[in-house]
Write a protein that binds this ligand. Structure first.
Ligand code: SF4
Ligand code: SF4
Length: 677
């Protein structure tokens, strides 16, 4: 490119296309700035390295198709950006005193390496195009589950539009025209070392001895695509390379099970709480909505969607985004029925590659509905029972001690100086099956010499169902009651057999002046007692027992190894390795004491009880637990072990719904109790 005019045109168009891109991003940022100021301190570099450079969330979903092709495109694209940046530094560096370095062996290695990486980039795009055509054909059809091959009950949630094809073709053209440009240079101005650029060199053989004008015309054509890419980037699905990077940079690593706090002063003011307009969300939450790339991973894994309900988490994100941008507000734009269908299982949050926290959005919208008096029907039942009796099941306080009869269970009011407070929970003290868990666990602690006590009639519901339904006032009054009891008895360690109580006490109670509370699940304490030889692990016949990972234990609180240790299974599911690598490296090395269902560990399927759904009306054939029940039965095991009283109740109903087989449901504490009797 010689002469002042072509140079001027080149610089004007390059800077203009970049300016158009930046102008659009700045325009978007006005929307984020409507939100509440972020109070946390993000780990900017660590988050970008983890979620963008290392692609941790991408590796955790669609391990057999979407993840590998995305990795090819992402790393291929990144390598082309690095190659272009190095070329630019070497070309323009001398202006500011940096000597040109594109020469010698470095240059030969540069040419060969980036030619090879460019091929991976093109392979990824061709794979993505092929997949996109298949998805377009399947749109609206039931699709096989990516892991089990079973047909989902709901339709394929991945929608394909012409923009999806347009962006892929643009990326493909950028890659191919880059190679053609390299080939044109080789053809017009051959050098002895050109064969190191092996792809461009091969293409150059198709048009030998290109004229300098021919080379210049190909160069301009390549630049037209580059300018289009910059100018349209914020409008295309690929915009997530910018917005997801910003979302990752501003991310706060906080427990998955912790909902956004509501200041007590806000409750006392009597103003409406929750979220209805952009000003009700944090700036980070608004930014994260812009990062959504419509991939549909969240909807694919949603148990409510897959059981035929109206809830579609991708739709929730997009409707929320539109409602907040236009100012229409959530009540007018987001389906109430969909909001109430959520079990808060966090499968969508786990699956989302751009860190969107759907459960925060849903519960904040529920909070607003509740504070506006829009809660009716069976969802009000647990709230009335909690405020009336302190139990989500409506049991009176003295009834909480009935299960203790004949077991010599120490009570905090009679026996201070204990190490662990055994938090029994409403279900553990009420439901006949859950009481079997409670008794088995208490007896195991007695056998192992654990110092513990229960609150008995002084225990009151943690408020978990109220908080997830959106009734923050009831939740916060429960925290006051329980925090007072903890302080009265100097409680510092809590053990519970209920993952919902565990999550609330561990992740949410610290906000209420209980920062030092240590909370463990009963399977964690039991695994510790087994490792200390105070109890022995069960030794079931291989494949006789299957285990259902509760969402609030395995996914939300990352506890999936300790429950398995209780039956002597050594495999690690809690590994910090990304799922894709874990699947490739350890799938077959799991010690198969348990008959593992297809979905286990963090990818477990929801039983349908969370988020207050336990108390809400449900058509029997739309229970999310039915699909889980089918999967557990398909393992061939005749015993299903659980580690959550909610899961136990829901799976019991679902197993009876989908099968006539006699399947025994037990808690792992009962399995261990039998082994130690
Ligand atoms: S939390 Fe679970 S039920 Fe709710 S939208 Fe996400 S995947 Fe669906
Ligand atoms: S919310 Fe996340 S998982 Fe769902 S469509 Fe958007 S980017 Fe994909």
């Amino acid at each position: 490119m010689d002469g002042p005019l072509p140079k001027a045109i080149f610089y004007i168009l390059t800077f203009s296309s970049i300016a158009i891109m930046i102008w659009q991003i700045v325009g978007q940022s006005r929307f984020w700035m409507k939100g509440k100021k972020i109070t946390w301190k993000p780990n900017y570099i660590g988050s970008v390295l983890t979620y963008v450079v290392a692609q941790r969330k991408v590796m955790g979903s669609r391990p057999k198709s979407g993840a590998p092709l995305h990795l090819l495109i992402f790393y291929g694209f990144l390598s082309l950006m690095i190659a272009t940046t190095l070329l630019a530094i070497s070309t323009y560096g001398p202006i500011i005193g940096i000597p040109g370095f594109h020469k010698g062996n470095y240059y030969l290695a540069y040419e060969a390496t980036f030619d090879a990486l460019g091929l991976l980039y093109i392979a990824g795009i061709v794979w993505a195009l092929n997949r996109r055509y298949r998805l377009a054909r399947e749109q609206g059809q039931p699709i096989p589950d990516p892991n089990t091959g079973q047909l989902n009950r709901s339709k394929n949630p991945i929608t394909t539009t012409w923009q999806d094809f347009a962006v892929l073709y643009l990326l493909l053209i950028l890659g191919i025209s880059g190679y053609v440009l390299e080939a044109a240079r080789i053809s017009a101005d051959p050098k002895p070392w050109d064969h190191y650029s092996f792809v461009g060199y091969a293409i150059a053989q198709l048009f030998p001895s290109l004229s300098p004008q021919g080379y210049i015309s190909i160069w301009w054509q390549h630049m037209v695509w580059v300018w289009c890419f910059f100018a349209f980037l914020p409008q295309m699905r690929i915009k997530h390379i910018i917005f997801a990077t910003l979302t990752a940079a501003g991310n706060q690593e906080q427990p998955m099970g912790k909902l956004p706090p509501v200041p007590a002063s806000r409750l006392e003011s009597g103003e409406s709480i929750g979220a209805a307009v952009a000003q009700d969300y944090s700036r980070w939450h608004l930014l994260s909505l812009d990062a959504c790339m419509s991939c549909g991973r969240c909807t694919e894994v949603c148990p409510a969607y897959n059981s035929g309900k109206i809830l579609n988490p991708k739709q929730i994100v997009q409707d929320t985004h539109r409602a907040l941008r236009t100012g229409d507000g959530i009540p007018a734009s987001v389906s109430e029925e969909a909001l109430w269908a959520c079990t808060t299982c966090n499968a969508c949050v786990e699956a989302c590659p751009v860190l969107i926290r759907h459960v925060d959005l849903i519960v904040d919208a529920r909070r607003n509905l509740v504070s506006e008096g829009q809660l009716t029907g069976t969802a009000t039942l647990p709230l009335k029972q909690i405020t009336g009796t302190g139990s989500a099941w409506g049991q009176s306080a003295p009834e909480r001690e009935q299960w203790m009869t004949g077991l010599n269970i120490p009570l905090a009011r009679e026996n201070q100086g204990f190490e662990y407070l055994f938090w029994v929970g409403c279900a553990g003290a009420t439901d006949p099956a859950a009481i079997r868990t409670t008794k088995a666990f208490a007896q195991l602690m007695q056998k192992a010499g654990v110092s513990f006590a229960c609150l008995g009639q002084e225990e009151s519901c943690t408020g978990d169902p109220a908080r997830r339904i959106g009734d923050e006032a009831t939740f916060q009054s429960q925290t006051e009651i329980n925090a007072a009891a903890f302080k009265k008895y100097g409680v510092t360690k809590v053990v519970t057999a209920c993952p919902h109580c565990l999550n609330t006490l561990k992740n949410e109670y610290p906000e209420f002046d209980l920062e030092d509370l240590q909370v463990v699940h009963h399977t964690e304490l039991l695994a510790q007692l087994v490792s200390q030889d105070k109890l022995k692990a069960a030794n079931p016949q291989n494949g006789a027992i299957t285990y259902h990972d509760p969402c609030y234990l395995a996914r939300v609180n990352n506890i999936s190894d300790d429950p398995r240790k209780l039956v002597g299974q050594k495999a690690s599911l809690d590994s910090s390795l990304p799922l894709l690598l874990r699947e490739l490296s350890t799938e077959e090395s799991h010690a198969r004491v348990l008959a593992e269902p297809e979905h286990h560990g963090k990818k477990t399927l929801c039983c349908g009880a969370g988020g207050g759904r336990m108390w809400m009306e449900e058509e029997p054939d739309q229970r999310p637990g039915n699909r889980r029940a089918e999967e557990l039965i398909a393992t061939g095991a005749k015993t299903v072990a659980v580690a959550c009283p909610f899961c136990r109740i829901m799976l019991d109903a679902s197993i009876k719904q989908v099968s006539d087989e006699a399947i025994n449901i037990v808690d792992l504490a009962e399995v261990l109790h039998e082994a130690n009797s």
